[in-house]
Every structure is written in structure tokens, then in C-alpha cells.
Design a binder for this molecule. Structure first.
Ligand code: ZN
Length: 291
């Protein structure tokens, strides 16, 4: 073999070694959904060679979660996060205590579930008429109620209706800082996609709707997360047969089976556990203080 051929071989070998080495953080090109072009982003490395993280979250302490969803999750040993409305916990009190014992997370979802008054059902508790002081008191009261009923301290929050403001017009204020002061993470709803763990603000995690999806539809979201190494946070409500705001039980079961196969590279865990890992492994200076 001539000198030229040997030099080429050496270069190829070095190229392979450098591209295969596992650095703590990898530079990788990721597709930008708005320009359709390629945007440079920092690829975050998940533990044990996992390629993406997924959180399953369910809101409002709806009884079908306890009756239908939790037995499926427990059968596969998959942990989820439940953002409970304290007033609904008594409807399945024993089941919610078992949920805690099984290692699932109980999160804060406010006391009164205030949303925009454009929804008639929330007109008398409209965010347009709220103040930050009212909201702060409500967040603390919900944590006290959760602690009293279930004996746990909620460390993450889900914004009711995914809305993050109080007031109107020039007097609108964000209540994200209140959430950042009190919780490790705050989860939105009906957001467009997954979170970039190297960049995202845990106080405003993007949450993607889980309700009504077939497994094939869900897999499109999961595959995109795996491709980018991102953190997909799914949000559901009822769990059962297809219907309004209902995560399909068959989709949940098929996902649990899929997530159990190590070859699929998913880390499925609670919002609290994944947030802890993310903030500890990226030197995040914007993390929220936990009381
Ligand atoms: Zn809700």
C-alpha cells in the first residue's frame, strides 16, 4: 500500500473515532420547524444511552385516570405525573394514595383551575380578573391541600388551560415567575412540540396533547423526539375509550409496550425526575428555586 493510500486510511480512521466518541454534549444540526432549514443546536446526552425522554402527564384528577389508566401504567412499571385538582381527589382518595405509593408523581394544578373567561365555565374565575397575589395564594393553598390529603409535597405544576397570565391589556402580568419561585417545573398545554433539554426553561415546559391520538399518531411525535434527542411532555385528561379529551387506553398500552423495549431508546419518567436530571446536567442558571 502506498503512502497516499495509508494517509487516506488514517484520516478515515480518525474521522470515525472522533464522530463515535461520546462527549458530554454534542453539537448537532436540528431542523427548524419555522424556516424548514437547519438550525444549530446543542444535543443533550440522556442517561444510559437513551435517545429521548418522555413524560406522561394527566390533569384534573379525573376518576378515569385512577380506574383505567393507572392499572395499565402499573402493569408495565411506567411512572407518570398527575396534576390533580384538590377538590376532585376525594372522588378516588384510596386510589390516589396508591398512586403515590406506586412511585407516580402528584403535581399542583391550582385550587380553582382559573382560565380565560372566554370559556363560560371559567368566567367567574377568569384569569383576566385575577391578581398575582391571588394566584400566589392559590398555588400555595393547592400544595397545602395536596400535602394534607396525600402526604406529598408537589414540586411541579401544570398551568390550567396552558395559560400563564393574569389581568388585561396594559396590566397583564405573567405568573410564570410565581411558578419558578415555587416549583422545579411548570408545564404548558397544546404547545407545538418537544423541549430542547439543553435550552428549555423548566418554568415553561412545552406540553403536547396526548388525548385522542392513535399510537401511529403518537409515534410520529416520539420519533421526532428521538431524532432530535429532545424531551417530549404529553398531556392527557380522561383515559379510556375514544371520546372528548380522552387519552385512548389502547394507545397508552401500546406506548408502554413500545417504551419497554430498550432498542427504542426512551426514558419515560415523571416530570420531577426528568427535570432534576436536566437541570443537574446542563449547568442551567435559570432553574427555579424549590421551597
Ligand atoms: Zn386542567
Amino acid at each position: 500500500m502506498g503512502m497516499f493510500a495509508r494517509t487516506i486510511l488514517l484520516c478515515l480512521l480518525l474521522l470515525c473515532v472522533s464522530s463515535c466518541s461520546r462527549l458530554p454534549v454534542n453539537r448537532k444540526l436540528a431542523s427548524d420547524p419555522y424556516t424548514g432549514g437547519e438550525a444549530s443546536s446543542t444535543r443533550f446526552l440522556w442517561p444510559e444511552g437513551k435517545r429521548a425522554a418522555v413524560c406522561l402527564t394527566f390533569d384534573d384528577a379525573r376518576p378515569s385516570q385512577a380506574d383505567v389508566g393507572i392499572p395499565i401504567l402499573n402493569e408495565y412499571g411506567v411512572r407518570a405525573t398527575f396534576y390533580v385538582s384538590p377538590s376532585r381527589v376525594p372522588e378516588r382518595l384510596v386510589a390516589w394514595k396508591e398512586v403515590v405509593a406506586a412511585g407516580h408523581e402528584i403535581g399542583n394544578h391550582s385550587m380553582r383551575h382559573p382560565c380565560t373567561g372566554n370559556f363560560i365555565s371559567t368566567r367567574e374565575k377568569a384569569l383576566e380578573d385575577y391578581t398575582l397575589d391571588q394566584m400566589a395564594a392559590e398555588l400555595d393553598q393547592a400544595n397545602a391541600e395536596i400535602a394534607k390529603r396525600l402526604g406529598v409535597h408537589a414540586v411541579t405544576f401544570a398551568y390550567p388551560c396552558g395559560q400563564k397570565f393574569v389581568g388585561r391589556g396594559r396590566n397583564v402580568e405573567s405568573y410564570v415567575p410565581l411558578v419558578a419561585e415555587r416549583f422545579l417545573a411548570g408545564r404548558g398545554w397544546r404547545d407545538e412540540g418537544a423541549n430542547d433539554p439543553a435550552f428549555c426553561d423548566p418554568a415553561q415546559l412545552m406540553g403536547v396533547e396526548f388525548d385522542d391520538l392513535t399510537f401511529e399518531q403518537l409515534k410520529v411525535l416520539v420519533d421526532a423526539a428521538v431524532e432530535k434527542g429532545s424531551w417530549l411532555v404529553l398531556c392527557g385528561h380522561e383515559i379510556g375509550t375514544p371520546g372528548r379529551q380522552t387519552t385512548r387506553a389502547d394507545t397508552l398500552r401500546t406506548f408502554c409496550e413500545y417504551a419497554q423495549d430498550p432498542q427504542n431508546g426512551l426514558w419515560v419518567d415523571t416530570v420531577a425526575n426528568i427535570t432534576h436530571y436536566v437541570v443537574e446536567h446542563r449547568g442551567d442558571v435559570s432553574r427555579g428555586r424549590v421551597r
